[in-house]
Design a protein around this ligand. Structure first.
Ligand SMILES: Nc1ncnc2c1ncn2[C@@H]1O[C@H](COP(=O)(O)OP(=O)(O)OP(=O)(O)O)[C@@H](O)[C@H]1O
Length: 842
């Protein structure tokens, strides 16, 4: 999945963060092969460049409904997409043809009502939102049109929602292939009602799921030539037997025990049952009730479902007698007997429980005691009856309880199958597989080994299928796919199942030798697989071993492998129960076939499981598979919580990431010509100019950009891992250059516009200002002229006044002078005259 891209400062990337798996951020610095990222959560992260993945900044806000539509198909992208959708209550997402279902932990009624069923009926795959109904519909249509069997494989870890998904698939198939209501029970009704019956006996509360199926299940729904359900068969795998006798707090035993303890009083009296707290097989845990579940109501519902499935009242009575007997058996305790290494019933209570169990199982109490406390040894010389010590008797008791319970469960499955009925003429079937997902706990035993072996098998099938689908797509598009590398897990499968020499074969060998112990078995494994690259011997243990599974390494504790692998019913137990006066119980323990008892052929759980698994694989291989991967978003079983690390682990284990990896090994990104040109046309505008051939245009763009290894199909462009990112980087470059040019032009335009308007404004301003100034000047000039005129007039006036004053003064003075002169003259004259006169007179 390593998408190699140019990561530069400023790139938006996903970086690994242990708490949240992946965190997005921006590269702020690059130092050699390391980058410093400013993460969105505020942290600064330093990471190797090779460990960074590009973030699609153009990703749709609500996520995409098919992961293959993601531009960058990598872990963080996938995770982000699922988380975004989950937040919007979009719990289903496709990865190509695989449906990923994230458990909503809340009822989303609108998703499953009859209106929804109607909508999905016949709708082309991918047209409507992803849904389980769409997967069932496509399987049904394919079966009808191609006349081929189909299968739907539902997987995921405990509590991920497999059983719920399976029920919805079956409901939808019943809706598509159901008959109009006829009298009595219809096949589909029986198929649907087989669920509560199997759940009552095969499900239990565990820490990881309140209603955990403790068995694998393959339901085959047979259809007639008109596409109507004509029969069905249920195959079950590996019921967890140890739960019957061993539970840990806060888990529960199988539901049926609690249901029976909550039955109406008359039934309790009939089975001599009391409070569940009194039973040893139930009181090892403090959990007796389930929140929101009424065991009393469930008991009646189970009885009703048993009626519908076709289990008669007598049979139901016998079934619950066996269930009650097991509870009583658990309370039988042993004490040391008189003889060495012998045991006897501990007290009256134990005696009561033994007698009640014998009564319920309709067998002889004495023989029952012997079957629990003694063993018959057949030697060539004689037949010896050996006593068991209290510890061995307790083990014998638990083995007895486990055997009856598992036989009862098998009987129920057979009964369901026979009463639903098989359609021998059916040519087509749809199989729904609800099987436990990969398990890796602190302590892993034989059960985990078998479960993980199953998952390896299914993983191989899945890989092959995904690979095939890829090939089909490539072939359809007529492109060359010859060099796509396909990773196979055959080496792990060989390690486990190879005959001779595989782990199962070595385990069987060990079980056949009486002297073998888990230590010798572990040593044998160490020797045989010393150099096997999938086998690991832990340094600090002498009996543990680890296998490197496709989903991770699992450390197995071998100490109970031998016991758990032995698949035999103790002859004394077999004898006792086959002699039961109850035909039902005797029927659970039919005499072993002659040849088996004679040749004492060894049978083991592991080998039987391997055969069952092979049969399942054969069936699956003859069908067209569809995959649903259930994901548990959190461990607190609550809605709206999405734990990244947890989901990531499941995607890895469920093979979703492997499917993506296979896809990445080929051409993970494919775009129709139109989409490609729409996105990358700008990389080479001349390539599309005047060219209406989209295919040629796509090719020219890719060649122009110097990419190699891509393929051009009939309708799509196929890109190798990283090429999309490469093109995106180029596109970003082109876009950023274009953006810069546009920015420049826009800025110039804006500045010019600003300048022009500024200039216009300033001219206008200047004109106005100049006008104002001119007006002011003119005014001043006018004032000046006026003042000059005023001055002039004033001055003139003053001058005239002074002149006039002067003139008048002069005149006055002249007149006065003249008068004076005249007077003087006159006087002179007078004097002269006088003088004359005088003179005259004289
Ligand atoms: N589609 C769904 N809608 C609502 N609730 C769901 C859905 N799927 C699962 N659940 C809830 O999750 C719980 C666990 O689911 P389920 O029992 O199907 O898990 P599982 O994968 O079969 O587990 P196991 O392997 O332990 O049997 C259910 O009891 C139910 O409450």
């Amino acid at each position: 999945m390593g998408t190699k891209v140019n990561i530069i400062v400023g790139s938006h990337v996903w970086a690994e963060e242990p708490d949240v798996a992946w965190v997005d951020g921006e590269v702020v610095k690059i130092n050699g092969d390391e980058a410093e990222i400013q993460a969105a959560n505020g942290k600064k992260i330093v990471s190797k460049l090779s460990k960074l993945y590009p973030k699609d900044m153009e990703a749709a806000a609500g996520g995409v409904d098919d992961m293959t539509k993601l531009s960058y198909l990598h872990e963080p992208g996938v995770l982000q997409n699922l988380a975004t959708r989950y937040e919007l209550n979009e719990i289903y997402t496709y990865t190509g043809n695989i449906l990923i279902a994230v458990n909503p932990f809340q009822r989303l009624q609108h998703l499953y009502d009859s209106h929804m069923m109607q909508q999905y009926k016949g709708a082309p795959f991918g047209e409507l939102s992803p849904h389980v109904f769409a997967v069932a519909d496509v399987a049904y249509r394919a079966m009808i049109h191609e006349g081929r069997s189909n299968s739907i494989l539902v997987s995921g870890e405990s509590g991920a929602g497999k059983t719920e998904t399976t029920k919805m698939l079956m409901q939808y198939l019943a809706y598509l292939g159901g008959r109009a209501a006829t009298e009595g029970r219809t096949v589909e009704q029986q198929v649907l009602e087989s669920n509560p019956v199997l759940e009552a006996f095969g499900n239990a509360k565990t820490v990881r799921n309140n209603n955990s199926s403790r068995f694998g299940k393959f339901v085959e729904i047979q259809f007639d030539k008109h596409g109507r359900i004509s029969g069905a068969a249920v195959r079950t795998y590996l019921l967890e037997r140890s739960r019957v006798c061993q539970i840990s707090d806060p888990e529960r035993n199988y539901h049926c025990f609690y249901l029976l303890c909550a039955a109406p009083q008359e039934e309790l009296d009939k089975y001599k049952l009391e409070n569940p707290r009194t039973y040893h097989y139930l009181n090892k845990s403090n959990c007796y009730d389930l929140v929101g579940v009424s065991d009393a109501r469930e008991y009646l519902a189970t009885r009703r479902a048993m009626d519908i499935v076709g289990i008669s009242t007598q049979e139901q009575d016998a079934i619950f007698r066996v269930v009650a007997a097991i509870l009583h058996i658990g309370n039988i305790e042993f004490a040391k007997g008189k003889e060495v290494d012998s045991s006897v019933l501990k007290d009256d209570k134990s005696k009561f429980h033994l007698e009640t169990a014998a009564e319920l199982l309709m067998c002889d109490p004495g023989a029952f005691t012997d079957a629990l406390c003694k063993r018959v040894m057949v030697t060539p010389e004689e037949v010896i009856k050996r006593s068991l010590d209290p510890y061995s008797a307790t083990i014998s008791r638990d083995g007895f309880a486990k055997t009856i319970y598992s036989r009862l469960f098998d009987w129920l499955v057979d009964k369901i199958n026979s009463s639903i009925g098989q359609d021998a003429n059916s040519k087509c079937l749809i199989g729904v597989l609800d099987i436990y997902g990969f398990e890796s706990f602190k302590s892993n035993s034989f059960e985990q080994f078998c479960i993980n072996y199953t998952n390896e098998k299914l993983q191989q099938h899945f890989n092959q299928h995904v690979f095939k689908m890829e090939q089909e797509e490539y072939t359809k598009e007529q492109i060359d796919w010859s060099y796509i590398e396909f990773v196979d897990n055959q080496d792990v499968l060989d390690l486990i199942e190879k005959k001779p020499g595989g782990v199962i074969a070595l385990l069987d060998e060990a079980c056949m030798f009486p002297k073998s112990t888990h230590e010798t078995f572990a040593q044998k494994l160490y020797q045989t697989f010393q150099k096997h690259k999938r086998f690991v011997k832990p340094k600090l243990s002498r009996t543990d071993f680890a296998i490197a599974h496709y989903a991770g390494e699992v450390l197995y504790q071998s100490d109970q492998f031998l016991d758990k692998n032995k698949d035999y019913v103790v002859a004394e137990h077999q004898e006792l129960l086959s002699a039961s006066r109850c035909s039902f119980i005797a029927g659970l323990f039919p005499p072993p076939p002659e040849e088996t008892s004679k040749s004492s052929k060894f049978s083991s759980i592991g080998a039987r499981f391997k055969q069952q698994l092979q049969a399942l694989m054969d069936t699956l291989n003859s069908t067209e598979p569809h995959y649903i991967r259930c994901v548990k978003p959190n461990n607190v079983l609550k809605p709206a919580i999405f734990e990244n690390v947890n989901v990531m682990q499941q995607l890895r284990c469920g093979g979703v990431l492997e499917a993506i990896r296979i896809s990445c090994a080929g051409y993970p990104t494919r775009r129709t010509f139109y989409e490609f040109l729409h996105r990358f046309g700008i990389l080479a505008p001349d390539a599309i100019e005047g060219n209406c051939d989209e295919k040629a245009a796509c090719k020219r763009i890719l060649e122009k950009k110097g990419l190699i290894g891509f393929q051009i199909g009939k309708t799509k462009v196929f890109l190798r891992a990283g090429q999309m990112a490469e093109l995106d980087a180029r596109r970003t470059e082109v876009l950023s250059v274009a953006a810069k040019t546009i920015q420049g032009k826009i800025r110039t335009h804006i500045m010019r516009k600003k300048f022009v308007s500024l200039r216009k404004a300033s001219v206008c301003f200047q004109a106005v200002w100049r006008g104002t100034l001119a007006c002011k000047l003119y005014d001043r000039m006018r004032r000046q002229a006026a003042s000059v005129k005023i001055q002039k007039n004033q001055r003139g006036h003053q001058a005239r006044r002074s002149y006039k004053l002067q003139v008048s003064s002069v005149l006055v003075i002249q007149a006065a002078l003249r008068a004076m002169a005249a007077r003087n003259e006159f006087r002179h004259k007078k004097r002269s005259k006088a003088a004359v006169t005088i003179q005259g007179s004289l």
